[in-house]
Write a protein that binds this ligand. Structure first.
Ligand code: GDP
Ligand code: ZN
Length: 461
């Protein structure tokens, strides 16, 4: 395909000592040659591919030296976009990076749209859509585990599995075709239905397996939204502080989206906790104090996990019991705090209220019990799940929605076949399933969707 040459800053703004301005397209090397001068005056066009060159950027109009740079020269197709790519490594300051970008733009490049590099990799056939989306997830990944999910997806693991499912459906369709072409042979129909049932139920089961990973995958990607709940003075702020201080706090700036937000995360043994309304909790001490028990229900609605803090040095109050009722149907862990003081709380009764949920005792003052709490959080999340490389996770909301649709159409096909509906009618559902699965890897998606997807990317990716 033929595209113009695009350029963008491809390292996060204002971070790090080195910044990279990336050029991609047919003119990338020519443009670089126009503004770059090596000490030996050799042109980049004469240099071997995948080589690094030291030199200066010089504005041809004024002959002024703009920057001292290292420049990577990579000819397509062995590049991320499959096009010729030049990466200019310069000093990280905002002003100097911008100068380099402006220079490239003045001499023939066009400013890349958000996600345009990845979009080109997709359009040039280097990656499929689910891999492109993985690049986006990777940029946003908040923990190592989330990163691994994105990496295996980028590696094409999900694409391969989807490919296998579609292949099975194609084989079914081929069998149905034979059936339609030779309607006079009764035994063909007899053969077709078992093939249909077998392949379609395999596809359904595989989709089910994928969907069971989806909630985990989504959480790994977006963080487990966590609310710390409890009466005043039980130790909520102390808990928040020890979770933030003992774990790497991750501050992520999701740039390139319409909602440029800064979120705070802590990484608890590979589980990203998104501490909901952290600023609010910190400023006004806590949700319950601020808005009252009734309205705190609202804040709790979107939560994946509640940490219910109780004061072990006091007996359980009616207010505590109301909190238990409020979160009755949610995932929560009970934290009985202040174990350094003489204990008043009836732990057996607490366990009765909590049912099968874990109770962890802590003294946040003496920094005791936090490790057990972290262990409980991680166990809640990974319990019964196969960990490690064998699992294909789906985490992307678009993929999950499509898998649910495909699950439904393949189920329709199965029900129809079992009910003795003629196979050429069943064929419609099978074909639809094949199409829906194709949308995950970008085989059957419309251009508008592609544009919308790529526009969500960060600038420079
Ligand atoms: P919050 O109102 O629920 O956010 O509770 P805070 O975290 O602000 O704590 C209230 C008071 O309890 C503070 O004076 C803390 O120092 C104290 N506190 C917190 N955890 C413990 C603990 O484990 N033992 C004791 N003795 N005091 C604690
Ligand atoms: Zn507090």
């Amino acid at each position: 395909m033929d595209f113009d040459t695009i350029a963008a800053i491809s390292t996060p703004m204002g971070e790090g000592a080195i910044a990279i301005v990336r050029l991609s397209g047919d003119e990338a090397i020519a443009i670089a040659d126009h503004i770059f001068q090596a000490p030996n005056r050799k042109k980049l066009a004469e240099q071997a591919t995948h080589t690094i060159h030291y030199g200066h950027l010089i504005d041809p109009a004024t002959e002024e030296v703009v920057e001292e740079v290292m420049l990577s020269l990579m000819r397509g197709p062995k590049t991320f976009t499959r096009e010729d790519v030049v990466e200019i490594n310069c000093h990280g300051g905002l002003v100097s990076v911008n100068r380099v970008l402006q220079l490239a733009l003045r001499y023939g490049a066009r400013l890349a749209e958000p996600g345009e590099f990845t979009k080109r990799a997709f359009l040039n056939g280097r990656i499929d859509l689910s891999q492109a989306e993985a690049v986006m997830d990777l940029i946003r990944a908040k923990t190592d585990r989330a990163m691994n999910v994105a990496l295996t997806q980028m590696d094409g693991k999900l694409s391969r599995l989807i490919g296998q499912l579609r292949q099975a459906l194609l084989e079914t369709l081929a069998q149905v075709e034979v059936n339609i072409d030779y309607p006079e042979y009764d035994d063909v129909e007899e053969m077709t239905v078992p093939v249909l049932l077998e392949k379609c139920s395999w596809v359904r089961d595989e989709i089910d397996k994928l969907l069971t990973t989806s909630s985990q995958g989504k959480i790994l990607r977006e963080g487990l939204s966590t609310v710390i709940l409890g009466r005043p003075n039980v130790g909520k702020s102390s808990l928040l502080n020890s979770l933030v201080h003992e774990n790497k706090a991750i501050v992520t700036n999701i740039a390139g989206t319409t909602r440029d937000i800064i979120e705070e995360y802590v990484n608890v043994r590979g589980v990203p906790l998104r501490l909901v309304d952290t600023a609010g909790i910190r400023e006004t001490e806590d949700i319950v104090e601020r808005i009252g028990v009734e309205r705190s229900r609202e804040a709790l609605k979107g939560a994946d996990l509640i940490l219910l803090v109780l004061n072990g040095a006091e007996s359980l109050s009616p207010e505590d019991e109301r909190l238990f009722e409020t979160i009755e149907h949610m995932d929560y862990i009970v934290v009985v705090n202040k174990t350094d003081l003489p204990q008043q709380i009836d732990l057996q009764y607490v366990q009765k209220l909590a049912g099968t949920r874990r109770i962890v005792t802590t003294s946040l003052l003496q920094e005791e019990g936090v490790a057990e709490l972290e262990e409980a959080i991680s166990a809640l999340f990974f319990e019964g799940q196969v960990e490690g490389g064998d699992m294909t996770y789906v985490s992307n909301a678009r993929h999950i929605a499509l898998l649910h649709q495909a699950r439904k159409t393949v189920e329709d096909a199965l029900n129809a076949a079992e009910a003795g509906v003629p196979v050429d009618m069943v064929q419609i559902d099978v074909t639809r399933t094949w199409e829906i699965l194709g949308e995950i890897v970008g085989d059957t998606v419309q251009e508008s969707l592609i544009n919308q997807l790529f526009s969500q990317f960060c600038l420079g990716k």
